[in-house]
Design a protein around this ligand. Structure first.
Ligand code: MG
Length: 308
């Protein structure tokens, strides 16, 4: 690209000598994690409250070990804190962070341009200085989409806000059902299938190229819809995705609805669905949201690792 907005090369690019692991501040420590777990457990549903437990190489990752094993990754529980944390990648700094990372192309449907939110059904999210701020409820597009290319940019609050499960938490729900996670996993260590860039509850990103709170991140998503026949899924949804320009999913199968804790199976739904942006008790910011419907992109996308 030559729009002057490209980030510098990532730290793991072939021509960059620096190591791939960024130094990061640690906002989370054991006592805070324990407090967060207790609060979350209490907030759930009493006697059957789910409990987050620590795990990971350094004991700082919070997740669940009382959930089912994943059929597609049978060594791990759903939301397993001990699933490997993807390598942290510094994606490089935006040369012009105040400007969008990728301007809408001429054939895109612009969903948010800094001024107009009428592409979404009525909602209470507000625009602050050209930026859309998550508030109190999910927002859903008026229009529905099938196979598509989606671009959006998001920023977690700085200083970080929210407890263990709210920290910079939002999400992009393709067809209103399949969540690509948005989360401040720069400052908060949550189960790897719930970090930024994860297909929520299913597949972590290949690497973790997140920027710190207060800086813009970009998602570029190629999505193909599931296909149903006689009440059964005959082809799953897939995602190819760049996160801050870094490939994090490649023709990755989505194994079903991206529920919290439960492993859900596909249920038939229309071939198109609206885009939904999640509100999760955190004022995550958005800018420059556009989508390009791509009829039958799936004809060009092979399926692998399916069925499981
Ligand atoms: Mg979310």
């Amino acid at each position: 690209m030559d729009n002057g907005h490209d980030p510098l090369p990532p730290s793991n690019a072939a021509n960059v000598k620096a190591g791939g692991t960024m130094s990061r501040r640690r906002f989370l420590h054991a006592s805070a994690a324990a407090t967060g777990a207790a609060v979350w457990a209490a907030a759930c549903n009493g006697a059957n409250a789910a409990e987050l437990v620590p795990g990971g190489a350094d004991g700082e990752v919070m997740g669940y070990t009382d959930t089912e094993m994943l059929p597609w990754a049978p060594e791990y529980h759903k939301h397993d804190p001990n699933r490997p944390w993807p390598t942290d990648i510094d994606p490089g700094e935006l040369t012009h962070p105040e400007e969008p990372a990728a301007l809408p192309p001429s054939d895109a449907i612009v969903l948010f341009d800094g001024e107009d939110t009428s592409a979404f059904q009525p909602h209470d999210w507000e625009i602050e200085n050209g930026v859309l701020v998550a508030y109190e409820e999910d927002i859903v597009t008026r229009e529905s989409f099938g196979d598509c290319q989606l671009h959006l940019e998001w920023m977690a609050p700085d200083p970080p806000r929210g407890g263990l499960t709210d920290r910079g938490n939002s999400g992009v729900f393709m067809m209103g059902r399949y969540e690509i996670q948005i989360f401040d996993s720069y400052t908060e260590k949550i189960y790897p299938d719930g970090i930024a860039g994860a297909i929520y509850g299913e597949t972590p990103p290949m690497v973790h190229p997140i920027r710190p709170p207060g800086q813009w991140n970009s998602y570029d998503i190629l999505f193909t819809t599931p296909v149903f026949e006689n009440g059964e899924v005959i082809r799953p949804a897939t995602v190819t995705m760049h996160f801050n320009g870094i490939l994090v999913h490649y023709n990755q199968v989505i194994y079903g609805p991206t529920d919290w804790r439960d492993i859900a199976e596909y249920e038939p739904h229309p071939p198109e669905g609206p885009l939904r942006l999640q509100e999760h008790s955190n004022p995550v910011r958005f800018r420059n949201i556009w989508i390009r419907p791509m009829e039958n992109l799936k004809d060009m996308v092979p399926i692998r690792d399916w069925p499981v």
